[in-house]
Design a protein around this ligand. Structure first.
Ligand SMILES: Nc1ncc2cc(-c3cccc4ccccc34)c(N3CC[C@@H](N)C3)nc2n1
Length: 448
């Protein structure tokens, strides 16, 4: 008996995205929501709705007991966690499975492994992924740190094992700062994550952030769906993502994609995953693996034609992947703009009521959003209110269409990041694809 009712343990655009995939498969949906999200679009569209608590995420979307209770009450036979919240919480995944509810996500032990950045790096190395030069595992003493830094050369970066996504990192430029920064990194990691473990890597000065989408069926089969370039970011918040990367050639894509897919086969990986690399001077360096569906998954869907949420549900239901590697074609170019309810250049949050909403449309234009006129954007959660994903047969055509879609998109009642995206598309380095992870913050500084 297959999955017939999915509880969506998330909110906003990704909750609607999961609802859509489920309904296209004849599967019912259960929306869980906080009191602040009672009027959300996915709650209106879902077959069932259960309020799981007050606005604060800790009391609602992060409340494992309430979510499990909602699944029992609504008799859901599967849970999709989306991204963020509990999506990479191995304990939650185990509790879901212990209640005989299908977890639409990777095996809990893989979530746990990749959540520990020291274990993740060891596993990646053992699977044949190229690593950043650095310590072989955790670094316990300043003496060890000194020895490693002497070997790899300054600058080095000290990273928290329980960090990730930019949290718990310290760049050390020279030997005299090492002791202080090692101690600071350890105590900050202890305070933030309850775990003082740190490791050290050679600090790459001006890399791009290129990530590969992988998918496994949990039985030793796995594929890659190409890469995404996520280098345009500010303070670890991605602003714009594109597929394929403007700097990768066909040969590099297929070579690194296959290395990633083979690593997933060897691991027996199940579900969607993203393997993150830094890319500098033509070389890839593994930094992290995300055991979840990512915000920017639609650009991969646009150039491959594969519905990644549909595949997640199929795999959780014990079905094989719909596509084999040799059936996947990379066609055209896609760019996603994250549209946030915030001031476009100061980034100050701008929650409030949407008085008028017109999503862009037309050929190859996709807007993933739960917005509607009259909807009030709550101040309790992150500021992303929509994703504009545009496809073109090539990068120039994609940017032309993206520019047209941005001018057509209307969100009145709050400030949005649309003007930022419009300004970015006028920049020569963005037009040419010649930007690294530092480009946006430097450009914003020059503007001030
Ligand atoms: N050895 C070495 N050298 C430079 C790095 C620079 C970053 C980094 C720093 C700041 C922004 C970033 C945006 C995308 C990807 C990486 C970064 C970085 N990150 C940031 C979050 C996490 N994914 C790892 N690790 C690095 N590691």
């Amino acid at each position: 008996m297959g999955i017939s009712r999915i509880l969506i343990a998330n909110r906003g655009e990704i909750a609607l995205r999961i609802h859509r995939a489920a309904h296209e498969m004849g599967i019912e949906t259960v929306a869980v929501h906080s009191t602040a999200d009672a009027d959300a679009m996915h709650v209106r569209l879902a077959d069932h709705a259960v309020c799981i608590g007050p606005p604060a995420a800790a009391d609602s979307y992060l409340n494992i007991a309430n979510i499990i209770s909602a699944a029992e009450i609504a008799q859901a036979d599967a849970i999709h966690p989306g991204y963020g919240f509990l999506s990479e919480n191995a304990k939650f995944a185990e509790i879901v499975e212990a209640h005989d509810i299908k977890w639409i996500g990777p095996k809990p032990e893989h979530i746990r492994t990749m959540g520990d950045k020291v274990e993740a790096k060891k596993t990646a190395g053992a699977l044949g992924l190229p690593l950043v030069p650095g310590s072989d595992g955790a670094v316990a003493t300043v003496e060890e740190a000194r020895a490693i830094a002497a070997e790899i050369g300054f600058p080095v970066i000290i990273k928290a094992a329980s960090g990730g996504g930019g949290r718990g990192m310290k760049v050390c430029e020279s030997e005299d700062q090492l002791e202080t920064l090692m101690k600071q990194a350890g105590s900050e990691a202890k305070a933030a994550f309850g775990d003082a473990t740190v490791y050290i890597e050679k600090y790459l000065g001006d890399p791009r952030h290129i990530e590969f989408q992988v998918f496994g069926d949990g039985n030793g089969n796995a594929i890659h769906l190409g890469e995404r370039d996520c280098s345009l970011q500010r303070r670890h918040q991605k602003v714009l993502e594109e597929a394929p990367s403007p700097v990768l050639g066909e040969e590099d894509r297929m070579r690194m994609g296959e290395v990633c897919a083979q690593a997933m086969r060897d691991m027996g990986y199940r579900g969607a995953g993203t393997i993150e690399f830094l890319w500098e001077n033509g070389e890839f360096y593994f930094i992290e693996m995300n055991t979840r569906l990512q915000v920017e998954h639609p650009v991969t869907e646009a150039i491959t034609g594969v519905d990644l949420v549909r595949e997640q549900i199929r795999i959780a239901d014990g079905k094989p992947l719909s596509v084999k590697q040799d059936e996947i074609e990379f066609k055209g170019h896609a760019i996603e703009c994250r549209i946030n309810a915030e001031d476009p250049f100061t980034f100050a949050p701008s929650p409030g009521k949407i008085s008028y909403y017109h999503p862009a449309g037309g050929m190859h234009v996709r807007v993933d959003s739960g917005l509607y006129a009259g909807y009030s954007i709550p101040p309790y959660y992150d500021s992303m209110i929509a994703k504009l994903i545009v496809y073109g047969r090539n990068r120039e055509g994609c940017m032309m269409r993206l520019k047209r879609a941005l001018e057509e998109m209307v969100v009145e009642g709050v400030k949005t990041s649309i003007p930022l995206h419009q300004a970015l598309l006028e920049q020569d380095d963005v037009k040419s694809g010649d930007y690294s992870i530092k480009w946006l913050e430097e450009w914003l500084k020059e503007r001030d």
